[in-house]
Ligand binder design. Sequence first.
Ligand code: MLT
Length: 408
Amino acid sequence: MTTANPDFLKLQNNYLFADIARKVAAYKAAHPAQRVISLGIGDVTRPLPPAILAALHRAVEDMGEAALFRGYGPEQGYDFLRHRIIECDYATRGVRLGADEVFVSDGAKSDIGNFQELFAPNSRVAVTDPVYPVYVDSNAMAGRAGNLRGTVWDGIIYLPSTPDNDFVPEFPAVRPDIIYLCYPNNPTGAVLSRAALQAWVDYARRQNSVILYDSAYEAFITDPDVPHSIYELDGAQEVAVEFRSFSKTAGFTGLRCAYTVVPKALQISDGEGGKVSLNALWNRRQCTKYNGCPYIVQRAAEAVYSPQGQVEIKTIIAAYQKNAAQLRSAVSGMGLTVYGGLNAPYLWVSVPQGSDSWVFFDTLLQESALICTPGAGFGAAGEGYVRLTAFGAPQDTAEAIERLRRVC
Ligand code: MLT
C-alpha cells in the first residue's frame, strides 16, 4: 500500500482557521436565526473599488479579443505590474530594486508556505511566538520542525513576543538559518521601529541567516518611525525576502494577487563552499510549479497604483482603521488589556480572568454569536489572548462592540 508522508501525519488535524470554521458552522446549524458577526479570520468585507473593478472589466474584454487575448503569462508576473510595484512601493521609499527581483503570485500565504522549499532540509527555523501558523506548519510538512510536543515543535526555535518584551523578540540563543518575521504583526498587531528592525537585519548579516519578512499589513502603518518595507533598512537586500499582498491592501482576498521580492544581492551557501542566488532558485521553482497569476487579476492589481485606485483604497483602509480605533477604545473600556490596532488591523486582547483563549472563543460564539480567533491557535505564548480583526463593515463592528459589552 502507498504510504503517507510521515511529516504530514505529525501535524495537528486541522489548520487553525479550518478548525474555527468548523465550530462556527456547527453553531450556525444549531442557531439558524442568529446573525453571526466575525471578528475572526482577517478577511476583508468592503467591495472592490471602482478603479479596480473597471480595470478588471477591461481586462475581461481583452480576453475576448483576438489581438489582446493572453494565454500563459510569464511565471514571474507581467512587466506592466512588476514595474508599477517597483516604482510605487519601493522607489518612493528610496529603495532601489529591479523588476526581475519581483515575483507576482496568487497569494502571500502560498508564497511564504512554499518558499521554505529552497532551503536545506536540516535548516533551523526561528519564528516569533505567537505566530501566523503557516510558517510553522509548512516547515513541519517539510520535516523541518521535529516533533509536536503538546503545542510546541521541538525542532523550531520560538522567540516569545509578549507584553514583557513589548512584543520585540530577542535574538535566539541558537543560530537560526531562517527567521520568519511579520510586521505589522499577525496576530498581535505589534510593529517594529526602524531601529528594532535594523537590529534584526544586522543580526541576520552577522549570523548569515535569511529573514523571510511578511509585510502583508504594511498599508495599515501610520507611525512614521515604522518601516513599510524591510529594504528601507541598511543591508536588508543581502539577507531578506519580502512578501507583500494585495489582499488586505486592496480587497483581493477573493481575487488573489500578491508578490514576493527576492533581491539578487541575497546569496546563500550551496553546501559545497560556493554561493547560490535565492532569486535564481525561486525563479526555477516558480517556472516549474506555477503558471502565473491570471492576466485579468494582474490588470486589476495594476489599477491599485492609479491615482484613482490609490484614493479609493486609502478610503477603504481608513474605514478599517476607524473600526480598529473604535474596537480598541471600547475593549479597553471593558477592563480588558488590548494591544495592536494602531498600525495594524489586528487587536490582541487579554481574555477575562479565569478564562482561556478557546473557552473565551466559545463563550463569545455561544453567548453573543461573535467570532474571534483564540490566541492559543497562534502558539503557546498566545494563550490568554484572543485576536479581533477590524475588517468588518462599520455597522457590524459597532454591533460587535455592543455584544462584547454584554459578555465582558
Ligand atoms: C488571518 O486571519 O490570519 C489571515 O487572514 C489569514 C491569511 O491571510 O491567510
